[in-house]
Ligand binder design. Structure first.
Ligand code: SF4
Length: 439
């Protein structure tokens, strides 16, 4: 059996050292030409502007475009209908960004839990497993979640011991591979997330190639080192709402106080899935649209199967309204939410809040090079489990970068609400009348 690798990487160490010196190190627009990175959804300017925010806690004050991408559709085609200046709220207005995650308050079918959990910002961190990312990255995300009174999710690779002190801000994910799931990790969690599917690869379970299944990762997953791990699809114990209800009962037996989140991709009947999740006892339905995931998702699945999140959110919101249960369940959206303008648009389309993943990786230096599936493919030590490469991310530094991004987002979101004449983020939900379609 190969040992964990110990090859030194002086060139990359130098690169990260520069990164730690601040955003000025990063390439900037030269003669109006962006550097060769990014794509239509995450253009180079958006990556640069995210780095800027992660370095300064402010949106860029130069020519960098930080609001929309170049995809030609979805969020990039929407804009806000802001009020005339004289009708906008004054800059000193106190604007509330907090949202509750338990809207059921102990009532409704199969609910049981009356514990109130509120997050100070309308977003939290999505599942990234130990294996898909390093323990250092998980720690950075957990530290930020604690600082901001919000959450991050374990993904399906288990709960490293170093995260236990942040457990009040960590969602334990249960996915089809059941990797790292134990009574203890369920008991730790204020929120349990069942991942039934993910938008980047609907119809497929999680993939962790052998390269990344190091000795430590394999131990956490109770598996064999250097062997690829393909999670099954679907949960072979769940083929109906009734089966799902049994799942919920199972975790509630172990942790009666936990809220239950259900993460689903966005098939055409996603509205029915959301209603079924509610009746099975879920507090949160997490819709994961087709543009999320790291570069590790297989090409055949990426961007080709599920519905874009911009279509799924209003479909679910309206259906839940029609069923008279919209205020009984929290709708979180992910999969292609890149900027705070995307966050605000997702909420205006009908979500209560969003779940971020890629934006946090970019805050820590990701360039969207799509090498995430390989053990030593990530040049920045993010989506790697290599014991040396992962040391390139210092958890405290990573936490500071994500925290700075949060601060910039919160500032901009308050400004968006102020210009719309709203004092509370909850008043933006479903306000499609405040959006315009750009032609
Ligand atoms: S920089 Fe790392 S995390 Fe980002 S796309 Fe490349 S390999 Fe993946």
């Amino acid at each position: 059996m190969p040992e964990e690798t110990t090859v030194h990487l002086p060139a990359i160490e130098k690169h990260i050292e520069h990164l730690h010196q601040g955003f000025d190190y990063w390439p900037t627009l030269e003669n109006g030409t962006p550097p060769a990175m990014g794509d239509y959804r995450w253009p180079a300017e958006m990556i640069l502007s995210t780095w800027y925010q992660a370095g300064t806690r402010e949106p860029p004050d130069n020519e960098l475009e930080y609001r929309t991408g170049d995809s030609g559709g979805g969020f990039d085609k929407l804009d806000f209908k802001f009020l005339p200046k004289e009708q906008q709220l004054p800059p000193e207005t106190d604007i509330d960004l907090a949202i509750p995650l338990n809207r059921r308050g102990g009532h409704g079918p199969a609910s049981g839990v009356d514990r109130e959990i509120e997050i100070s910002l309308p977003w939290y961190g999505g599942g990234m497993s130990f294996g898909s990312v390093s323990e250092q990255v998980m720690l950075a995300r957990a530290m930020t979640a604690k600082e901001w009174g919000t959450f991050t999710s374990t993904g399906e690779g288990g709960f490293p011991d170093s995260l236990v002190k942040y457990k009040d801000h960590i969602i334990t994910q249960i996915a089809t591979g059941m990797f790292g799931v134990s009574e203890e990790t369920i008991q730790h969690a204020p929120i349990i997330e069942f991942k039934y599917a993910q938008g980047a690869k609907p119809g497929l379970g999680g993939h962790l190639l052998g390269d990344k299944t190091t000795v430590t990762v394999a131990k956490m997953r109770e598996s064999v080192p250097w062997v690829s791990l393909f999670s099954p699809f679907p949960f072979h114990s769940v083929y109906s709402v009734e089966d799902h209800r049994k799942h919920v009962d199972w975790v509630k037996t172990i942790n009666p106080e936990a809220l239950v989140s259900v993460k689903v991709s966005t098939p055409t009947d996603v509205d029915m899935v959301a209603v079924g999740s509610y009746y099975a006892g879920a507090h949160i339905v997490h819709l994961d649209g087709s543009y999320g995931g790291t570069g590790a998702a297989p090409e055949i699945a990426k961007k080709n199967i599920a519905m874009p999140i911009e279509f799924a959110i209003p479909k679910v919101h309206k259906y839940l309204l029609g069923e008279n249960i919209r205020d009984e369940i929290t709708v979180m959206a992910s999969g292609g939410v890149r900027t705070v303008y995307d966050i605000a648009k997702a909420i205006a389309l009908g979500a209560d809040g969003v779940v971020l993943g890629t934006a946090e990786l970019i805050a820590m230096g990701c360039t969207r090079c799509s090498n995430c599936e390989r053990g030593r493919g990530c040049p920045f030590g993010l989506t790697t489990t290599d014991p040396e490469l992962s040391l390139l991310i210092k958890p405290e530094w990573g936490a500071q970068r994500i925290s700075n991004l949060n601060a910039s987002y919160a500032k901009q979101l308050r400004d968006i609400l102020r210009r719309l004449g709203l004092k509370n983020i909850r008043d933006l939900r479903g306000r499609t009348d405040l959006l315009i379609y750009k032609r």
